[in-house]
Design a protein around this ligand. Structure first.
Ligand code: GAL
Length: 418
């Protein structure tokens, strides 16, 4: 344990032993990238929950899905010696900051509230470092979803696709009906989000070998060539203005009937709900065809930075406690589109897509088919992720002769990044 972590640990201990968190807590300054309509609505649930416990909120939003811009802003704040109290963070980024000794310690709160028994182990792998709790998980999202306009689906025959071939047939039918078949925003993290689903559709063993184990043979082999050919095929269904478009504007294209579907994590559902749309009636949620039973997850966690001041450390502990509260987990995730980061939260308040998300997660976990999302920092550290992003985006934009050339480039890029 580093000095900073020790300090956080000691203060957190003092907190449970000596004083009440809420009574002593300062405001929390929170760095996050939840700036879309659906995200802001979910964030409000958190703000209001903390306000009801007497914890004030200082907002530090840094727009940009996937959080890359937020992570750049964070680095600047830490370099300046002034880290925010709490930071929205994903997967390997949490571990990297912990390894730098920058994070505080939530062990006392975790022990008092029994987090070990209720937070899924797949999440604990990122919430704990060296056996100590360093982040509070607020949700579980997953990336292998497709959000389809019900009207566009009905106009194209009404059957949700279950295989790659059926997906392509549906996209063709939507094209023939005069709409943009696939709503997409050309940003590297969005291209990578689609790629998560495409790779998983070629098999769970393949996803694991290529994107988790980073096996050079899987990264550069025939199945990867096929994955890139599928990605290149999907590119033919997007509109001319896709480049640089934000993900929530792509969701809006499906919501307003301009486009047939979006391949995106379940934060997209937050946008549909915010627009008053109802699952099953206005839109349909399916797993990326060919990935039924498997889940590529990402979990938003709030990492607490090692900071001076007992009142600030008390506020961190109080915020972490509020985040893990089962009632809050239900209320927040119903709005966010994600599912709870605890295994003991009832599904009653969730809509059909949320109930499916919870059931899929449990099933995938039981069957060894739950994997970290490459696109959202749960498969490999940032350096490798960025190398993957570069090749995926170049492939999406037609910069390789074919899928095989892209696969070769992918294997080389990952080798160089390690
Ligand atoms: C993800 C994050 C989600 C979501 C999305 C788009 O990385 O985990 O909570 O909001 O980015 O901003």
């Amino acid at each position: 344990m580093t000095k900073t972590m020790m300090k956080g640990f000691a203060s957190a201990l003092a907190l449970t032993v000596g004083m009440s968190a809420a009574a002593q807590a300062a405001d929390v300054e929170v760095l996050h990238w939840w700036t879309s309509g659906g995200e802001a609505a979910a964030l409000n649930v958190l703000k209001e929950d903390l306000a009801s416990k007497g914890i004030g909120w200082v907002d530090m939003p840094v727009a940009g899905g996937g959080g890359e811009a937020a992570m750049t802003a964070l680095r600047a704040r830490v370099t300046a010696g002034d880290p925010p109290t709490a930071v929205q963070m994903l997967g390997f980024d949490i571990q990297d900051w912990a390894a730098e000794g920058a994070l505080g310690n939530l062990d006392a709160t975790a022990a008092a509230e029994g987090w070990d028994a209720v937070v899924p182990t797949a999440l604990q792998a990122f919430s704990k470092y060296d056996g100590h709790w360093i982040a509070a998980p607020v949700n579980v999202h997953s990336t292998n979803w497709v959000w389809i306009s019900k009207a566009a689906l009905d106009a194209a025959g009404g059957k949700a696709p279950e295989t790659w071939e059926e997906l392509v047939a549906l996209l063709d039918a939507m094209k023939a009906n005069g709409i943009t078949p696939l709503a997409h925003g050309g940003q590297p993290w969005q291209d990578a989000t689609v790629f998560d689903g495409v790779v998983l559709s070629l098999g769970t063993d393949f996803y694991k070998a290529a994107l988790i184990d980073l096996d050079p043979a899987a990264l550069g082999g025939e199945q990867m060539a096929e994955a890139f050919n599928r990605l290149i095929k999907l590119r033919s269904y997007v509109d001319d203005n896709f480049s640089g478009r934000d993900w929530n504007l792509a969701s809006a294209m499906v919501i307003n009937g301009e486009a047939g579907m979006q391949m995106m994590g379940d934060w997209a559902k937050g946008e549909f709900l915010k627009a008053g749309k109802v699952p099953g009636t206005d839109f349909v949620c399916i797993r990326f065809p060919g990935t039924q039973g498997a889940v590529t997850f990402n979990s938003d966690q709030f990492a607490m930075f090692g900071i001076e001041g007992e009142d600030k450390v008390a506020a961190q502990a109080a915020m972490a406690s509020a985040i893990l509260n089962p009632t809050f987990q239900s209320a927040f995730n119903v709005v966010k589109g994600s599912v709870p980061a605890r295994t003991d939260v009832p599904n009653d308040a969730f809509d059909d897509c949320g109930k499916k998300g919870m059931a899929d997660l449990a099933e995938a976990n039981t069957n060894g088919k739950l994997f970290g999302s490459m696109a959202h920092g749960h498969a490999a550290p940032a350096a490798v992720k960025n190398a993957l992003y570069d090749v995926v985006t170049a492939a999406f934009n037609g910069e390789y002769a074919d899928g095989a050339a892209a696969a070769t480039a992918l294997a080389e890029a990952v080798a160089a990044a390690q």
